[in-house]
Design a protein around this ligand. Sequence first.
Ligand code: RAM
Length: 919
Amino acid sequence: MIRQIVLLFLFIAVACTAQTGHTALTRLRCEYRENPLGIDAATPRLSWEITSNERNVMQQAYQIMVASSLADLEADKADLWNSGKISSDQSLGVAYAGKPLGTGDACFWKVKVWTSDGKESAWSEPASWTMGLLQPSDWQAVWIGLDSAFATDRPTDTFTRLAARYLRKDFRLPKKVKKATAYISGVGLYELYINGNKTGKDVLAPGPTEYNKRTFYNTYNVTSQLQQGDNTIGAILGNGRYFSMRGNGSGLPPITNFGYPKMICQLDVQYEDGSADRIVTDNSWKVTASGPVGANNEYDGEEYDATKEMPGWSKPGFNAASWLPVQLVSKPGDLLVAQMNNNIRVMDTVKALQVKEIKPGVFIYDMGQNFVGWVRLKVKGPGGTQVALRFAERLNDDGSLYMANLRSAKVTDKYTLNGKSTEEWEPRFTYHGFRYVEVTGYPGKPDLSAIEGRVVYDEMATTGHFETSNEVINQVYKNAYWGIRGNYRGMPTDCPQRDERMGWLGDRAVGARGESFIFDNHLLYAKWLQDIEDAQTAEGSVPDVAPSYWRMYSDNMTWPAAYLIIANLLYEQYGDDQPIRKHYASMKKWMAYMKDKYMKEHILTKDTYGDWCMPPESPELIHSKDPARKTAGDFLGTAFYYHLLTLMERFATITGNPADVASFKALGEEVKTAFNKKFLNQEEGYYANNTPTANIFSLAYQLAPVDKQKQVFRHIADKTLKDYKGHISTGLVGAEWLMRTLTNNGRGDIAYQLATNTSYPSWGYMAKEGATTIWELWNGNTADPAMNSGNHVMLLGDLVVWYYQDLGAIQPDPAAPGFKKIIMKPLVVGDLKKVDASYHSGYGMIRSNWEKTDKSFKWRISVPVNTHATVYVPAKDAKNIKEGGKPLADNKDVKFLRMEDGYAVYEIPSGDYEILSDN
Ligand code: RAM
């Protein structure tokens, strides 16, 4: 009997393990998006994620099936591609290798894997993608618009004004529709309507590009919007960045104006009986600019007159007799290509916290958070009443909006009521950066619910979570989170509120890496690298701003460096080498251009902005005037050039250009020698005029001779502690490596001090002074408003990188990019008691949650399936380290590597672990 019971228990135990040993496939992605439509990659890259509740699981093989219908896929009829069983651990970016794909093809796919624990997974759930219009000849539609001004337009004024263009066409579909796909581009911005309803949830579409070279189209499945019989298709066109926000005489840098808004659209219809139809933009469409959107301008706002609404304008039966015939217009640029990154959407909403009537009829709302987007207005009142909304980041002492730092941007939305019932309105072709909203002209007294904040940025997943026991760090992190997402507008912008909002390269060089922990910004930055290449001149010059809506070709070294630095980041963070391959030739061309023009005796003599936004010596200054705080331009130019040569060497290896590897290396050696000869003070062991920035780059970019490194570093530490009294000692360029250089050289404590300071200058100071985003200037509360945005992300430098990589201990191993290998090395510092960090990598969720008491260090980590981690456990010796209550050394999957600087270092395979170090 006892024997039987024991056997029964054994049986139950085995059965349970079999059941719990569960491998699942999730997050199937094509070109790094879920079920994308209308892509134009010839061999799309497929990725998946594997989850398991067991440890030490690696993928050993996979099989992919791709079919042209869901039914075929489900029946295992892979008519497009059956990869068969492929022995490989690759689960990110596997290139499709089936039958050539054609325009409009639908592809359904699934995957299964074999893992190192001897299991074969079930097939994944199906996923899909569709191909776009692959050849120019696939477009039977032509560009339409009207290349002239309408009555109320002011196209040549400094403050340009255009009414939105409404376009429409009626058509008949004689049979039952099986499937319909719309391909559309409208520049600057379009909204597509079919039979009275807007198509899709995108706003401010399509993504902004270097229009005279490249324009994006978007693809929508519109099957459910169509019907047999009469149909209408319509679009509204706004200016966006195509028709410039400013004309001549604005005092701003030279601006590109591409022309009047225009569109192209092709609607491909398949009937149930197998036949097809196609509706295209051509000269049968009609246009008007007498609709309700009377003016739209991203700086100045939108004006909407509801008395001018045209009920049913995008439905059959509308009388368009007063509309004009459209013109066939020239295409914007040569290339019309599929947009491969997601469009912008309303990603969040914010409720107003407070409303105050500061003067009769002037209501100031506090949204409690500086953010980017617009508000949705709710109002009831007599027709013809005009409500005006203005936006600002701060208030004046009297409670009114502080507008000075917005410069010439009018940021005013106007809504005229039609008076019929309760009206709700939000703009479509403008956006603002604000915390406060002024409402005037409102009929009666608006309450808190009269406006709702709409948070608008590129549709992307939030991938990171980060929280610590330190409240200053938590608040700064929150400010960074809001600032970063607010500055994604189809390109990373410098700021969202004043008359600027440009894709400044230098602001993002290192910031992009920190951002990529919080948001899945992979495709946005891949897109931006294309903008940069498109903006490059024939000679090779790369501008400071891309797309080059402001034409800033200063032949700078430090700002365009972002081009290479970000390509490298996309490789390390996402394991994507395509940007490197795609841009290798133009990067190389730029490097040669700068060398030929500006290199003298191996010193790169050119720099434009210096160590921009160094904390100045007095509170009202924008830039420091103190020469001791300035780092010389030829120093920065040469240090950056050297670093970029090391990146080019790496890129040349990746792209298989051995001759280039050798020449970049050789030039690098010469530049390094010249650099040390010119800038290193051999006796004192510092660089240039001994600014922390100069010494930081000499170490970070590995320019300093090994025997001088300690001495160089001592200068950084001494200066920061003495001259800068433990505060920020760099501008934005130096800040790119500040926190990591301090930490990597053993002074994580100084980095922690900088991160937790609340006195000037510091990130914590901004927060203490009420900032809910990051300022453009360390002294943003006292400096001249001429250049003083309340929502810039550049001063973050490498702070967010440091949060995740050092405090959070989640870092990609550059030797195995995309987090195939993870370095987990917590910086346990100061009075920090807890850090809870997670990052959703391409392979799955990485978790790192540590807690420190006087006696122990408790650390819960998760390493995704198909990855390994090098884990640094803080300990005096490895003996007392436990995992799940047992000595870690007993765990057969874990490999002890070495003791190193107060850490026991292990190689740990996938799984969840609870580590306890008692010493
Ligand atoms: C300012 C921008 C940007 C910076 C340049 C140099 O106008 O706001 O942040 O990169 O100058």
